[in-house]
Write a protein that binds this ligand. Structure first.
Ligand code: ARG
Length: 457
């Protein structure tokens, strides 16, 4: 059979052009969505008497046969038929004869491909929301075990103030909560049906767009046919949300890599999630978080690619738009892989609480609390800060930590120091003292954890 659009042509397509313009190599991923869209369309054609009910039934049956064959991997798609839409239409005509040619009545590949992508992204967004939630669950479970585990908190990657390890993990929980919310919110804009917009201008056939939208589970129909076929905002939005999400995954991965280094030695990733070196027998490399961090590049790239692709396009469809798919598929698959690994890797991670505690015992991260101690006794905080700066310098020179200094040594710096300074400096006290709302105080972290759990099933 020749090209479905061959009527106007006098020469066969150049082979290189065929290869170059074909998208079947990647849009084959839309095969099932394409059939789903076609079924809804042909049913509507029958019900609206645009074709006979009998013809509609034959076409639907043919589509079902092809669907089964696709599921059983029993079809061959060809580059000559350019894309998934024409491949399936061709298979349909081969399957049921010329009546199959009625399927494309009142429709264009332009509204067809847009419909397929809406269907695809709707399904994948739902799946990704579930995967984000699995990561949140791992974080909340680990947090639950480690409310009382104290880790140095950093700014500028310098020890700043100690925090509950649960508090640190929950910071990521909330990042993922916002990602999940953004994905959920984006559904509102995915949930529009372009079907029935036809090539760009609508169609003279009395199609019922609400009927097909409903059959496909879409909330709305695009009110403008030009917008319906040329809108790719829903993909841009998905890629933007994905870029933020992979940023969070990457930041967390970076911390896991640091924490599992010998220098930090705060966590140990399970052997099942690490790999070795071909030459250095002692190595246990955090390849998974490194790759998670590295995947950021392609997802940002996919967003930049589509933004750039769309920025100069006149209405309505342009062939450029065929380039919208691979970045979307790649982002879906990359995130699927990343989230599927991150959840069990976090769940199986060993937390070395004693090492974290030792780190906190061997630093000056309780210095703010001595400044606060003087401030509470009436010294203006700014002056207290300066006094404690001198205390810290003195302690460093003596090779001591703040808890090791004698009361007389403290009193050389200020007469306000009394014996009770030592209890204020103990790491547990330092953490517990930060009882402001959202702070790292143990009780506040427990409240935060209870709130977090309400956001996951
Ligand atoms: N393969 C095309 C794409 O992905 C389908 C739409 C083609 N429409 C057209 N008028 N050439 O964009």
């Amino acid at each position: 059979m020749s090209k479905l659009w061959g009527g106007r042509f006098t020469k066969p397509t150049d082979k290189l052009v065929e290869e170059y313009t074909s998208s079947i190599g990647f849009d084959v991923k839309l095969a099932l969505q394409d059939i789903q869209g076609s079924k809804a369309h042909v049913e509507m054609l029958g019900k609206c008497s645009i074709i006979s009910e009998d013809e509609a039934a034959q076409i639907k049956e043919g589509l079902q046969t092809i669907e089964k064959k696709i599921e059983n991997d029993d079809v061959e798609f060809s580059v000559e038929d350019e894309d998934i839409h024409m491949n399936i239409e061709k298979l349909l005509i081969e399957e049921i004869g010329p009546v199959g040619g009625k399927l494309h009545t009142g429709r264009s590949r332009n509204d067809q491909v847009a419909t397929d992508m809406h269907l695809y992204l709707k399904e994948k967004t739902k799946q990704l929301i579930g995967l984000v939630e699995a990561v949140q669950k791992s974080l909340a479970d680990q947090a639950e075990q480690h409310v009382d585990t104290i880790i140095p908190g950093y700014t500028h990657l310098q020890r700043a103030q100690p925090v509950s390890f649960a508090h640190h993990l929950l910071a990521y929980f909330w990042m993922f909560e916002r990602d999940k919310e953004r994905l959920q919110d984006s559904m509102k804009r995915i949930d529009w049906s372009p079907l029935g917009a036809a090539a760009l201008a609508g169609t003279p056939y009395p199609v019922d767009r609400k009927m097909t939208a409903e059959a496909l589970g879409f909330e709305n129909v695009y009110p403008n046919s030009l917008d319906a076929v040329s809108d790719r905002d829903f993909i841009l939005e998905f890629l933007s949300i994905s870029s933020i999400l992979i940023t969070h995954i990457s930041r967390l991965s970076e911390e896991l890599i640091l924490w599992s280094s010998q220098e930090f030695n705060f966590v140990e990733l399970d052997d099942a999630f690490c790999t070795g070196s071909s030459i250095m027998p002692q190595k246990k490399n955090p390849d998974v978080p490194e790759l998670l961090r590295g995947k950021t590049g392609r997802i940002y790239g996919n967003l930049m690619g589509l933004l750039t692709l769309l920025k100069g396009l006149p209405l309505a469809y342009n062939k450029d738009m065929q380039e919208d798919k691979e970045g979307m598929f790649d982002t879906v698959e990359t995130l699927d892989g990343a989230l599927s690994l991150l959840a069990p890797m976090l769940a199986s991670m060993e937390v070395k609480g004693a090492n974290m505690r030792q780190a906190v015992n061997e630093d000056y991260s309780n210095a703010t609390d001595i400044a606060d101690y003087l401030a509470v006794k009436g010294l203006p905080f700014r002056e207290a800060h300066s006094v404690i700066g001198q205390v810290v310098l003195y302690a460093i020179e003596q090779g001591k930590y703040l808890l090791d200094l004698k009361l007389e040594e403290y009193q050389q710096f200020s007469e306000l120091f009394e014996k009770d300074i030592y209890e204020k400096l103990a790491p547990d006290h330092v953490v517990a003292a930060r009882a402001s709302e959202g702070g790292t105080g143990f009780e506040q972290v427990k409240e935060q954890l209870a709130l977090a759990k309400k956001h996951i099933n």
